[in-house]
Design a protein around this ligand. Structure first.
Ligand SMILES: Cc1ncc(COP(=O)(O)O)c(C=O)c1O
Length: 388
């Protein structure tokens, strides 16, 4: 390299075009579609499971908090960013989930990074399923631990990796609901395996919280593990709560450790007060309307049954996610665009968002879907499905 003449500054990023060309040829280019404030489409692509993002109580609380506390948090949690709203949200999240304590982060992604890195390190092993969410994958990469990313949905593979690890400490890192296909991890079985091997269980309940379990208390609560001393749960406040932010809930000693050591907590501006207030109000709505999560599951089941009856290969959902596999990334894009043209917005998942490399349409059911909405969605999705 030393003999090569330096590139002119305008050519330093030339490699980006070659990479972009490769992505375009593989059907993997992406573009943003900014939506207007009022959008006449049926949203089956977002994660607003309970329809709370635009709920007047929730959005109103965010607006009032911005006026009272300011638009931004002004600093990290340990400097100026912690407000009374953050403490109240942590108290309420822990109470709702049935854990000793909670810690709010600026997003679910940073909560996952913080939990995985602070609870592992070079003296630890991490065992994980190879299909977990990107935020957990990045946490593992940053951790400096020995990583075993094992076969998908295989408690036996997790057990084997724990039994054969070289490091004394270990955590198992898992999604409660896998976000591409929506299937559930067997949390009870995994907790037993962890206990037999002196390991902790870290569960990302991003798609379970607000959707599964009693009144939406999540998959960990449903598995009877929320007060376990060896189980830690991560949450996003941006899915079912319709707000923004993330949290870790679990044993008090774990939360204390995260406050001192989780770098994505320490070195990140705190969650904006408006988002903390929105999440707090959404949690109150969820508590006062405990029937909402069951509506999500019912609507997901109706969507899947309708699509199955229309001849599409679809698994019956265990949570709020319905997935439809497609022959190629290009077919997924074309199908999603055809649905959008007819007023139905669906998620288009292509690599790297699908760890198995199989592109999909992903539908997220919402509590506020009517029967007519479900029927219309089924008709449009079936009529626009790729042939053959
Ligand atoms: C499974 C899963 N985990 C974590 C996250 C990250 O959460 P956030 O968007 O709050 O950063 C997401 C994003 O929706 C997710 O789908």
């Amino acid at each position: 390299m030393t003999d090569t003449p330096p590139l002119p500054p305008e050519n330093v990023f030339d490699w980006l075009e070659a990479e972009g060309q490769r992505r375009a040829e593989a059907g993997l280019s992406r573009r943003m579609n900014p939506r207007p404030a009022q959008h006449a489409v049926l949203d089956l692509a977002g994660n607003d499971y309970l329809g709370l993002a635009r709920d007047k109580r929730v959005a109103g609380a965010a607006a009032a908090a911005a006026l009272r506390w300011g638009a931004g948090a002004t600093g990290s949690r340990l400097l100026t960013g912690s407000t009374e709203l953050h403490s109240e949200l942590e108290h309420e999240l822990a109470r709702f989930c049935g854990t000793q304590a909670a810690l709010v982060f600026s997003s679910g992604f940073t909560a996952n990074l913080g939990a995985v890195t602070a609870l592992s390190g070079s003296e630890s092993a991490i065992v994980t399923d190879k299909y977990v969410h990107a935020s957990l994958v990045e946490g593992c990469r940053l951790s400096r631990a020995d990583i075993a990313a094992v076969e998908h949905a295989s408690p036996a593979a997790i057990k084997h990796a724990l039994a054969t690890r070289r490091k004394p400490r270990a955590i198992v890192v898992i999604d409660s609901v896998f976000s591409a296909d929506g299937e559930l991890a067997p949390l009870g079985e995994l907790a037993e395996i962890c206990r037999a091997h002196s390991a902790a269980l870290v569960v990302n309940d991003a798609h379970g919280f607000g959707v599964l379990g009693e009144g939406g208390r999540g998959a960990v609560h449903a598995a009877g593990l929320s007060s376990a001393p060896d189980v830690v749960t991560t949450l996003t406040l941006s899915n079912a709560l319709g707000a923004q932010g993330g949290a870790v809930v679990g044993p008090r000693r774990v939360i204390r450790h995260l406050v001192d050591t989780a770098r994505s907590f320490l070195f990140d501006t705190a969650l904006a007060p408006a988002s903390a207030a929105a999440a707090l109000t959404a949690l109150q709505v969820l508590k006062s309307e405990p029937e909402l999560p069951a509506k999500v599951i019912e609507n997901a089941g109706n969507l899947a049954m309708g699509l199955k009856n229309a001849g599409l290969p679809v698994d019956l959902p265990e949570a709020g996610v319905v997935a439809l596999r497609t022959p190629s990334p290009q077919a997924a894009t074309a199908w999603a665009e055809a649905c959008a043209e007819q007023g139905i917005q669906v998620g288009c998942f292509r690599p790297p968002a699908v760890p198995d490399g199989v592109s999909r349409l992903r539908l997220t059911a919402r509590a506020d879907l009517s029967e007519a909405d479900v029927d219309r969605a089924v008709k449009v999705i079936a009529a626009t499905a790729p042939r053959g």
